[in-house]
Design a protein around this ligand. Structure first.
Ligand SMILES: Cc1ncc(COP(=O)(O)O)c(C=O)c1O
Length: 419
C-alpha cells in the first residue's frame, strides 16, 4: 500500500492508501453492490463472530451498514491524504458532522463554535443539540481569547471551526486552536472542505478531527453527495461503530464515484488554485469591484496565517461588485461560463449571490446584521481555462458598467440584439 505522505499531492490522490492487489485483478476498486454478506456454513459464521469478539481485524463484512469494501477503499485513501490513522465515510458532509457530534457528546455537555462556520452546522448545534441539553457558545472567528474563555471546565467537549470559511474565506489558526484544545483537554474539529487535503492538513497542526463535505472538491464532479471524518486512534473506531447504529452509510456506487473523483484531486485543485489566484488579482485591480476576499491576496485579513499553514489558497473567490443587489444580479446573469448554483469544488465553475441563495428569506438589513452584503458574489472556479474565465468576468463587468454609464444606449442595444 502506498500511503506515501512524503509523495506529492497528485501521486497521493491517485495511489494514497490504495491496495495494489484488488479482487479479480481489477485496476480500479470494484463496486461491491451488496446489502449483505454470506457465510458458507455455520462454522465460518462462528469463526467470524469469535474473531470479532476477540477484536481481531477481519477483512470481511457481515452486513452492509457495518461496512463495504468499496467504501473502505475510499476511507483508506482519505486517511492517507489527510495524514490520519483512519477515515469514516458518510452519506453527506452534514451526516458526517451530526454523526460525529452525536457520537462524542454526552448529555449536558458544551460546544464552542466559530461564527463563520457552515450555517447548517451551527443550526444543528444551536437548535437540535440544544434539545438534548447540549449548549453551544458561538465565538467570533479569529478571537482566540474569546474561544479560550468560552471553555467551561468539565463541560466543553469540542471546539468546532472551519478554514477557509464561507463566504469570506477566513482562515483559522490551526496550531493555536489545537493548543487551546490540548491545554483544556477539549477535542478540536476543523471543517477543511474549502481547503482539501491538497492545500491544508489540519491533523499535522495537532487538530483531532478533520471534516470534509466530499460532495465538493474530493468527489469533484457535482454528481454525488458524501462526507468524511478523518482522525487518529480509537476515536475513529467509536465513530465507525456509531455509524453502524446511526446508519448514515454511503451507497457503494456513490463511494466508487468519490474514489474515482479523488484520483484527479491533485490536478484539479492545482488548476483551481491557479485560476482563483489569477481571478482574485484581476478582480482586485478592476474598477467595477469594491473588494475581493481571497486568502492568497495580501489584502485579506488572514493572509499571514494562510501563507504559513496552507500550500495554496483554494478555488473560491468572494468579491463585492460596485453597485446594489440588482447590479450584482445583472453581473451574474451576464456571466456565460459559470452556472448559477450553490456548492463548489466541481469541474464546472459555479457562481452565486449569497443574498439571493443562502439568505433569500432575509431582508437586506437582516442580511447585513449577519455580515452578508447584497453586492457579495461567491465564485467557485472550475477547471475551465483561466483565460476564458477572466475574459468572461471582463465582458460581464463591462456590461454592467456600460449599463450604469449609458442606460439608454444599453437598453436600445438589448432591444435590438438580445431578442
Ligand atoms: C463548509 C461546508 N461544510 C459542510 C457542508 C455540508 O456538506 P454536504 O452538503 O455534503 O452535506 C457544506 C455544504 O455546502 C459546506 O460548504
Amino acid at each position: 500500500m502506498l500511503n506515501g505522505n512524503n509523495r506529492g499531492s497528485k501521486t497521493r490522490s491517485v495511489h494514497g492508501g490504495t491496495k495494489r492487489a484488488k479482487a479479480y485483478n481489477s485496476l480500479t476498486a470494484p463496486i461491491v453492490q451488496t446489502a449483505t454478506y454470506t457465510f458458507s456454513d455455520t462454522q465460518e459464521l462462528i469463526d467470524f463472530m469469535e474473531r470479532k469478539t476477540w477484536g481481531d481485524g477481519e477483512d470481511r463484512e457481515e452486513y452492509g451498514r457495518y461496512g463495504n469494501p468499496t467504501v473502505t477503499a475510499v476511507e483508506r485513501k482519505l486517511a492517507a491524504l489527510d495524514g490520519g490513522d483512519d477515515a469514516v465515510l458518510y452519506a453527506s458532509g452534514m451526516n458526517a458532522i451530526t454523526s460525529l457530534l452525536l457520537t462524542i457528546l454526552p448529555a449536558g455537555s458544551h460546544i464552542v463554535i466559530t461564527d463563520d462556520c457552515y450555517r447548517r452546522t451551527r443550526q444543528f448545534c444551536l437548535t437540535f443539540l440544544k434539545r438534548f441539553g447540549i449548549e453551544t457558545t458561538v465565538v467570533h472567528m479569529g478571537d482566540y481569547e474569546a474561544m479560550e474563555s468560552a471553555i467551561i471546565p468539565k463541560k466543553t467537549r469540542i471546539i468546532i471551526s472551519e478554514s477557509p470559511t464561507n463566504p469570506y474565506l477566513r482562515i483559522a489558526d490551526l496550531e493555536r486552536i489545537a493548543q487551546i484544545g490540548k491545554k483544556h483537554r477539549v477535542l478540536t474539529l476543523i471543517d477543511s472542505t474549502f481547503a482539501t487535503p491538497v492545500n491544508q492538513r489540519p491533523l499535522e497542526w495537532g487538530i483531532d478531527f478533520v471534516l470534509h463535505s466530499a460532495t465538493k472538491y474530493l468527489a469533484g464532479h457535482n454528481d454525488v453527495l458524501a462526507g468524511v471524518i478523518v482522525g487518529q486512534g480509537d476515536r475513529m473506531k467509536a465513530l465507525r461503530d456509531a455509524r453502524g447504529v446511526l446508519g448514515g452509510v454511503v451507497d457503494p456506487h456513490a463511494a466508487y464515484l468519490v474514489d474515482r473523483g479523488i484520483k484527479t484531486l491533485g490536478v484539479r485543485v492545482q488548476q483551481q488554485n491557479e485560476t482563483a489566484l489569477e481571478v482574485a488579482r484581476f478582480l482586485e485591480a478592476h474598477p467595477s469591484i469594491d473588494r475581493v476576499w481571497y486568502p492568497g491576496l495580501k489584502s485579506h485579513p488572514d493572509y499571514t496565517v494562510a501563507a504559513s499553514q496552507m500550500d495554496a489558497f483554494g478555488g473560491v473567490v468572494t468579491f463585492e461588485v460596485k453597485g446594489d443587489l440588482k447590479t450584482t444580479s445583472d453581473f451574474i446573469d451576464r456571466m456565460r461560463i459559470p452556472y448559477i448554483a450553490p456548492s463548489l469544488g466541481g469541474v464546472e465553475s459555479l457562481i452565486e449571490q449569497p443574498a439571493l441563495m443562502s439568505y433569500f428569506e432575509k431582508t437586506t438589513e437582516e442580511r447585513l446584521a449577519l455580515g452578508i452584503k447584497d453586492n457579495l458574489v461567491r465564485f467557485a472556479v472550475g477547471i475551465e481555462d483561466t483565460d476564458d474565465i477572466i475574459n468572461d468576468l471582463e465582458q460581464a463587468l463591462s456590461g454592467i458598467r456600460a449599463r450604469q454609464e449609458y442606460p439608454q444606449i444599453q437598453n436600445l442595444w438589448e432591444v435590438r440584439f438580445r431578442q
